[in-house]
Design a binder for this molecule. Structure first.
Ligand code: AMX
Length: 456
């Protein structure tokens, strides 16, 4: 029975040797071209961030260590519906090895123990309690995560000179596992402030897995210690758990260049601890062009439904969309910086809804979400600006949570933030294993660019 840390320890020598060989002998091999366009269009396509866990292919979407979402669903230990456990993909991202059910079970128990209320830092609880209730949940999450830094083993041992560079990864792993474990309680505190005046909505159990604890603490589980404040019946409560498991499983990582992943990795390169690093990532995820799109999509769907006669009325929908585009706003949930196909994560969430017809058939927002996926692409193509007219990850997810009763728009991106911790924190562990240096790209001024262009 080897823990995740013991398993990692065995893998490190061989992988580190491969990395060091490249670094030493091949540092002059070119991997791309940097142009004026790279600087003026947000570094699109620049291959300059080291990232292991996942890759986004424009025409295929996300793969985790080369495996598609479908392959992960087939191969990683999961629930009765085939939705893999976030703990399983955490193990897989860290080790590049498919875990056994027993390994996942042990990691699940380890995370539950680490994240139990007795271990949750009191200061963080107090800070969240003290924040004005109208503080955006993502700001609360970023503040809560930053406050956990006080408990960072890495920061404490580094400051006291107790760790050498070769061992940075161990404290980074320790902090990262604690951070992931603390997320259910932190998330629930933020949610209960929003909807229940700060009073708990459910309980944590060391017997629950990570996702079940999130559901139970949000008061969305039918267990005896959960308030079930949305009056879900048993079937719905099971469906909500599946939705949470599916969602948190597939949102874990989206390679290294997206704002939240990149920010986490960049800040950690200065040896800021994992709590501060991921807090920075969360601040990036809170932007409307990135994770906040999850909340904007729900606002957009509910608002549109209140203005049109039916979610099936194509003419009215088209007119509504053109009004948005003509007023120079974006259609939330559509477009992507890398993808050029419908986001497979969107398709997976859509399949979830389609496999539960009876549950969703009367939900006009879910119907509109599905309808839009057939109408928006043609409109965006005709509009002619956007490189990818298809639905992205945020198009479907929020409205499914909304269906089950999580109606506070501002909260959706917090759930995204729970899931997204897993990929970037995994990368931090490997960054420290490989001993990556502080990141310091070179900046360039308008005058320098002009000189380069006009003299060439
Ligand atoms: N609606 C209207 N116009 C859009 C658009 C959309 N959904 N997506 C892109 N465009 C526009 C851009 O604003 C840009 O216009 P400009 O030249 O006047 O500035 C033009 O099309 C070209 O943009 P692009 O190269 O196709 O996209 P990008 O890489 O610059 O941006 C993204 C990608 C996601 C920010 C953009 O598509 C967008 O704003 N989408 C809506 C917000 C959203 O859904 N974000 C979530 C993304 C997923 C995530 O990170 N969670």
């Amino acid at each position: 029975r080897k823990s995740l840390k013991e398993t990692l320890k065995e893998l490190i020598p061989e992988r580190k040797e491969k990395f060091l060989k490249l670094k030493k002998n091949y540092h002059n091999v070119e991997i791309g071209r940097i142009t004026i366009g790279s600087v003026t269009t947000g570094m699109r396509g620049n291959k300059s961030i080291f990232w292991e866990g996942s890759t986004v292919d424009p025409n295929k979407g996300i793969t985790f260590h080369g495996k598609t979402i479908g392959e992960c669903q087939q191969q990683l230990p999961g629930d009765e519906f085939g939705y893999f456990h976030p703990e399983a993909i955490l193990w897989y991202l860290m080790t590049k090895q498919i875990p056994t059910s027993q390994q996942v079970q042990h990691l699940t128990e380890e995370l539950a123990e680490r994240g139990s209320p007795k271990n949750f830092p009191e200061l963080t609880s107090k800070i969240i309690d003290m924040l004005p209730p109208d503080t955006h949940p993502m700001t609360q999450l970023a503040i809560g995560l930053a406050s956990l830094s006080r408990n960072s083993k890495f920061a404490s041992n580094y400051q006291r000179g107790l760790i050498s560079k070769d061992h940075y990864w161990e404290d980074t792993l320790e902090d990262s596992l604690n951070l992931i474990s603390f997320l259910p309680i932190l998330t629930a505190k933020i949610y209960s402030k929003l909807v229940n005046g700060g009073k708990p909505l459910g309980e944590f159990s060391v017997k629950n897995d990570w996702t079940l604890n999130i559901c139970s603490l949000l008061g969305m589980s039918n267990g005896v210690h959960s308030s079930n404040h949305c009056n879900l019946n048993n079937e719905q409560s099971k469906d909500f758990l599946s939705l949470m498991r599916l969602y948190t499983g597939i949102h874990v990582d989206h390679e290294g260049g997206n704002v939240s992943a990149h920010a986490t990795h960049l800040v950690n390169s200065a040896l800021s601890d994992p709590y501060l690093s991921y807090s920075s990532g969360i601040m990036g995820l809170a932007g409307p062009l990135h994770g906040l799109a999850a909340q904007e999509v729900v606002r957009f769907l509910v608002e549109m439904n209140s203005r049109i006669s039916s979610p099936q009325n194509t003419g009215e929908i088209e007119e509504y969309l053109w009004n948005i585009l003509n007023s120079k706003k974006v259609i939330p949930g559509y477009g992507h910086a890398v993808l050029r196909i419908p986001d497979p994560r969107f398709t997976t969430m859509l399949k979830f809804a389609q496999s539960r017809t009876t549950e969703f058939e009367n939900d006009e927002n879910v119907i509109l979400m599905q309808k839009l996926s057939t109408v928006v692409p043609d409109i965006l193509k005709e509009h002619g600006k956007c490189k990818n007219p298809f639905p992205n990850v945020d198009s479907a997810s929020g409205i499914l949570f909304h269906h089950f009763g999580i109606k506070d728009l501002l909260f959706f991106t917090v759930i995204f933030g729970c899931s997204r911790s897993i990929g970037p924190l995994t990368q931090l562990v490997w960054d420290r294993i490989y001993g990556l240096p502080i990141e310091r790209p070179k900046s360039i001024s308008l005058t320098t660019m002009q000189n380069l262009c006009y003299q060439s």
